[in-house]
Design a protein. Structure first.
Ligand code: SF4
Lengths: 383, 398
């Protein structure tokens, strides 16, 4: 397993070993996050390459049609001869790089790619030009393991760094002129009473506004699982911190430290995100009242008025007839179920009916049956 | 009247339930988008069971309205395994296209059906090269990212032969669609599989050193592109889309009515008078909404597109709907209470609203009623001068 480090200067480069480490370099013009301009990045790319590193460049912004030309023109100024691959999320930019350069692509599939079929489709479309998938932090290690086995393309995931949780092109902070710009970006901390989490780092730069999780993601205490997951490379991105943390991390990794001790030393307040398990869909069941949901072909309709001691008004919506003498089952919104026999049916003018299909009908009032109760023919299976 | 009507975009309206589908169709939508119980992005919406889907599609098709089904969650492997059977079902009942946001779903749709594929805005397709990429995968229509302007759409259309759908009205995701996982990491609910908790609407305190302020800094105003219908048309947009499967019946009815009237008027006359636009804009204020903006339609959205307030319920809204019409009276299903002396408005499928002053009303058993209760039925004398039909919506002060 290799480690890919996002770096911004030579000092950081010197901490690394080109035999096992790789470097990611970015610039303000083309990348979501960087303190370097294109010229500075180009110099660092050359130095890194000369030092024997594989160099990957982050062209990871998204681009609307009107910005596309400017961004791709800037991109063409990079010293391609020193770059091993371009990291890209925007599929239009990926298409551009594929058709205008010989560079390899590291496809950033961190958002919206949580299945093998999709990744395989990218693999067959881009062919050998894609040499890495940067996969989502929402994939747990078991999935990573099976993806590593099923795909021909090596995988990379974030192992230590900020988790980006929001990206907009809108400038959301700079219009409050009280906050200070540092090196062409503003960073503030955002907290809300409505959220249990406090202190989200929010950063604005020329590409828009980015929000990060309040805690960094740190997976190196689970080194055994990282290795078992089959990831080809694990990314370390501490560009938002001072250089000392990177140094501390590199030195401890070199010493072979792992487990809780490493976490305590390097990232005591970090999270593991979804690396062990992802249950972010289990709460969906609680978002709806399934009792008022129409279920099957035995469906008759819904109670739309319950006038005490007078009538139940029913809107018949299903395809079946409702007849005097029918046995029906009523599912109340509170979960109570009642079996009843239809004794009378009337239209809204009070005329008696023998049967009714679709539309509006009145029947005898039943205590404990509420508006929105769902009516089914009795043969309907319970749910 | 023009001799030859102009080509205008299709009007695509959301339906969060079968009832809302009927409302949107009755009030003039050309196409409806909806979701089954799974695979969409609105886990809290009622959505459609299979029988409801069947009925909804029949209802729409009988009125020459198309139905697109959203499969726009970013699906995980286990979700995908359940998809093929559902695809076969929706193909059989006649869904006109599916709206999809990830490549795995596209491949599954292609492998298990001949359904037409539209790319969801969720995929954040923002440029012509990206449109070409998706076209290569069999996508026939792109719902461009909400960050794309009308002039950019024109450029994309000039470079790629593909249908373009664009949002014209409704709430806005502040993030590049698909690029927000705040709910995933703060509420344990995957926002890209329907669990968004709207954390961008919260009030935040922002801090930097000793500077601090409190603001709804990441909350977007609502999109309203009504006055740009001519520009949508000129840019070659094939379909204009209204956001809001979670919104009310009144919302579905009003937006369908307003935009279909405006599109038809432009189609037949080649222009929209300022007075008409102002009338429609006023109609679009008669349901709960946030302050409107054109957001990215003309230029890149700036600070003036942020909504710095908490969203409040509009006190003007839906009071009920007409259930049944008799010779002398109609039966109304009451959603919000009102009383004798109040002035209501009936919203007909076509034409201007009908004023309805409540002078008397009664229960179904003919007892006089002074004040209605929600979720009840009342009889109301018919207004004299205008025809009232079943399923007209009724609105007024709540
Ligand atoms: S929280 Fe806001 S920005 Fe994020 S997905 Fe939901 S609506 Fe979009």
């Amino acid at each position: 397993m290799r480690l890919s480090y996002a770096i911004e200067n030579e000092e950081q480069l010197k901490l690394l070993n080109p035999k096992v480490d790789e470097v990611i370099i970015a610039c303000k013009e083309l990348s979501r996050f960087s303190h370097l301009n294109l010229e500075e990045a180009s110099q660092l790319i050359k130095i890194a390459k000369d030092s024997g590193f594989n160099v990957f460049f982050d062209f990871d912004v998204l681009s609307t049609e009107s910005d596309f030309k400017f961004l791709t023109n800037e991109f063409l100024k990079l010293p391609f001869q020193f770059i091993t691959a371009i990291r890209v999320q925007d599929l239009g930019i990926a298409e551009f790089i594929k058709s205008t350069t010989d560079l390899d692509l590291h496809l950033i599939t961190e958002t919206g790619n949580h299945n093998l079929i999709g990744l395989k489709a990218y693999e067959s479309y881009f062919g050998k030009r894609v040499t890495r998938f940067v996969v989502s932090s929402e994939l747990n290690y078991e999935l990573l393991k099976s993806y590593s086995q099923e795909l021909n393309t090596p995988l990379e995931a974030l192992g230590f760094g900020r988790l980006l949780i929001f990206y907009t092109p809108r400038k959301l902070v700079s219009h409050y002129d009280r906050f200070e710009w540092i090196n062409e970006q503003i960073e503030v901390s955002a907290s809300s009473e409505e959220s249990p989490h406090k202190g989200f780092p929010v950063l604005e730069n020329k590409h828009g506004t980015f929000m990060y999780h309040i805690k960094e993601l740190f997976l190196f205490d689970k080194m055994d699982l990282l290795i078992e997951s089959g990831l080809f490379s694990v990314r370390v991105d501490l560009r938002h911190r001072d250089g000392k943390l990177l140094e501390l991390f590199v030195n401890n990794i070199k010493l072979g430290l792992t487990g809780p001790e490493l976490k305590k030393k390097i990232a005591p307040k970090s999270i593991r995100g979804y690396f062990l398990t992802n249950k972010s869909d289990v709460l969906f069941k609680k978002l709806k009242n399934y009792r008022i949901q129409r279920k099957d072909s035995h469906y008759l309709g819904e109670v739309i008025d319950a006038s005490k001691d007078n009538y139940l008004a029913i809107e018949l919506k299903g395809s079946a007839d409702l007849k005097v003498g029918d046995e029906i089952t009523i599912y109340n919104p509170d979960g109570k179920i009642k079996d009843v026999r239809i004794e009378i049916l009337k239209d809204f003018s009070g005329n008696s009916l023998e049967e009714k299909k679709m539309g509006l009908v009145l029947t005898k009032y039943l205590s404990g049956v509420w508006v929105k109760a769902q009516l089914y023919q009795k043969s309907a299976q319970n749910f | 009247m023009l001799e030859k009507p102009l080509k205008v975009p299709e009007l695509l309206v959301p339906a969060g339930s079968l009832e809302k589908l009927k409302v949107a169709v009755d009030y003039g939508a050309d196409a409806i988008y909806l979701a089954g119980l799974k695979f969409g992005l609105r886990a809290a919406a009622d959505n459609f069971t299979e029988t409801e889907l069947d009925e909804g599609i029949r209802y729409a098709h009988e009125r020459e309205v198309k139905v697109y089904l959203v499969l726009n969650g970013f699906l995980h492997d286990k979700d995908l395994s359940e998809l093929p059977d559902f695809l076969k079902y929706i193909e059989k009942i006649g869904v006109d296209a599916v709206i999809v946001s990830d490549l795995g779903v596209i491949e599954t749709v292609k492998n298990h059906s001949n359904l037409e594929i539209h790319l969801s805005t969720q995929a954040s397709c923002l440029n012509a090269q990206s449109a070409k990429f998706w076209k290569n995968f069999g996508v026939t229509r792109i719902v461009v990212g909400r960050e794309v302007s009308l002039s950019e759409v024109k450029d994309i259309k000039a470079k790629v032969d593909i249908e373009i759908e664009m949002f014209i009205h409704g709430s806005m995701c502040m993030a590049y669609s698909g690029n927000c996982t705040i709910s995933n990491y703060t509420q344990g609910r995957d926002s890209n599989r329907g669990g968004c908790a709207h954390s961008c609407r919260f009030q935040y305190s922002l801090e930097q050193n000793d500077q601090k302020l409190s603001s709804f800094f990441m909350s977007s105003k609502d999109l309203n592109g009504l006055s740009l219908i001519e520009e949508f048309s000129k840019a070659g947009v094939d379909s204009v889309k209204v956001e809001g499967r979670m919104k009310s019946h009144l919302y579905a009815g009003t937006v369908a009515k307003v935009y279909s009237e405006a599109l038809n008027e432009f189609k037949n006359t080649g222009k929209l008078e300022a007075q008409r636009i102002s009338f429609w804009q006023n109609e679009l204020k008669k349901f709960t909404h946030r302050e409107y903006a054109e957001v990215n339609l003309i230029e890149k959205a700036g600070a003036d597109t942020v909504y710095f307030e908490r969203e409040n319920e509009n006190n003007y809204g839906m009071l009920g709907r007409v259930l049944e019409v008799k010779d002398e009276y109609f039966v109304m299903q009451v959603r919000h209470a009102f009383e004798v002396g109040h002035s209501l408005e009936i919203l007909p499928f076509k034409g201007s609203p009908i004023k309805l002053d409540i002078q008397n009303m009664s229960s179904l058993t003919n007892e006089p009623i002074e004040r209605t209760k929600p979720s009840t039925l009342v009889k109301i004398p018919l207004p004299r001068e205008r025809v009232v039909e079943a399923n007209y919506l009724i609105r007024g002060f709540k």
